[in-house]
Design a protein around this ligand. Structure first.
Ligand code: F6R
Length: 348
């Protein structure tokens, strides 16, 4: 069942290239894509709504929509949608509700409230036949098959791939460059795996660390931090890299680990953040494309293959998934079934 892998999580991490290929193929032939795009084009305001990992995909989607298609979207955590935005929405607005399971109560509550207000509600879900797919007039499948491991991996990347595809289409861009994603994911997994395994012994003794990103890598930093918290039980805070100097920098001591996820265009900004950490003796681990400025300033560099900034941001989450996985296993935990959690949260 685990296909030769020690855990479902590792198997599902390695399934990402294949499921990305499948979702891209589905999207290219889908008539629902046009309905989703038309709804977005005609909307007064668009919201991307989800919880946990699915919310991080919403955040990534909102960055791509603005950067690539010039369309501002509000990403929102589902329970916060009700007190904050519900009073402001009407039938001119569109919400895309994002959920792996399609059963998360927090998401379904927001969906029900939005529908009652007349908002157009669309879905993005992995489990076909789930409540979310039944309750939305139009939805797109994530094409991941079963995700057994409690920490979401392949469903996250396919949510992000779907948003990237929609942003390209909304921008009127040729979507063919996205077909490189599966091969780039393979390369990323192959090159990052030994680099990640090499740094785990130095990081794993720490029960407190930061994961920082900027622009399109900010949601990836949040996602990496969530994966780390979820399966290593360490505290890892995801944050915008530029915010670190506004307070958390005081936590840095000798060898204190700080992960910096960077896109190719953000290196100068990230390097100044890296220097603030290293000059205080901290350990700055950069995740980005090969760059002499990262090499010269970071304590370690986990290299990503060359790719456009938007694809690069998607790739950057793969080493973070591997890091969380190997730290968890190194601590003697079962990453597939972390304590206190279940795969589907059907309670408020
Ligand atoms: C983290 C994780 C959770 C879920 C969240 C929403 O790895 O899996 O944070 O993302 O509970 O679940 P879905 O996507 O099923 O609505």
């Amino acid at each position: 069942q685990k296909g030769g892998y020690a855990h479902f999580m590792l198997k599902e991490i390695h399934e990402q290239p294949q499921v990305a290929r499948e979702v891209l193929h589905m999207l290219a032939g889908s008539t629902e894509v046009k309905r989703v795009l038309d709804a977005i084009r005609n909307a007064r305001q668009v919201y991307f709504i989800g919880c946990g990992t699915s919310y991080h995909a919403c955040l990534a989607g909102s960055v791509y929509f603005a950067q690539l298609a010039g369309r501002a979207v509000i990403p929102v955590l589902a329970p916060q949608f009700i007190p904050q935005y519900l009073p402001a929405v009407n039938k001119q607005d569109v919400g895309i509700f994002v959920s792996q399971s399609g059963e998360t109560k927090d998401v379904l509550n927001a969906l029900q409230a939005a529908e009652a207000q007349g908002m157009t509600c669309l879905g993005l879900a992995n489990v076909i036949g789930s409540t979310l797919t039944k309750a939305t007039a139009c939805w797109l499948p994530l094409c991941c098959g079963y995700e057994i491991s409690v920490p979401a991996t392949k469903t996250f990347t396919n949510q992000v791939v779907t948003f990237l595809y929609l942003a390209y289409r909304l921008a009127g861009r040729d979507t063919r460059p996205l077909e490189d994603i599966p091969a780039l994911m393979e390369t990323t997994l192959n090159t990052a795996a030994p680099q990640i395994e090499a740094i785990v012994p130095a990081i794993n003794p720490w029960n407190d660390l930061y994961c920082l990103g900027y622009g399109a890598t900010y949601p990836m930093a949040l996602e990496g931090a969530l994966k780390l918290k979820e399966i290593t039980y360490a505290h890892c805070e995801g944050m915008l890299s530029t915010e670190f100097k506004h307070g958390p920098l005081s936590a840095v001591t000798e060898n204190y680990p700080v992960l910096f996820v960077t896109g190719p265009e953000d290196v100068p900004l990230i390097v100044s953040g890296i220097n603030e950490v290293t000059c205080r003796g901290g350990r700055a681990i950069a995740i980005g494309q090969e760059d002499s400025r990262l090499r010269a300033n970071a304590s370690e560099v986990i290299t990503l293959p060359e790719a456009s900034p938007e694809i690069s941001s998607l790739l950057s989450v793969l080493p973070l998934q591997l890091l969380a996985y190997h730290m968890s296993v190194g601590r003697g935990y079962d990453p597939d079934f972390p304590r206190n959690l279940s795969k589907t949260l059907t309670v408020d």
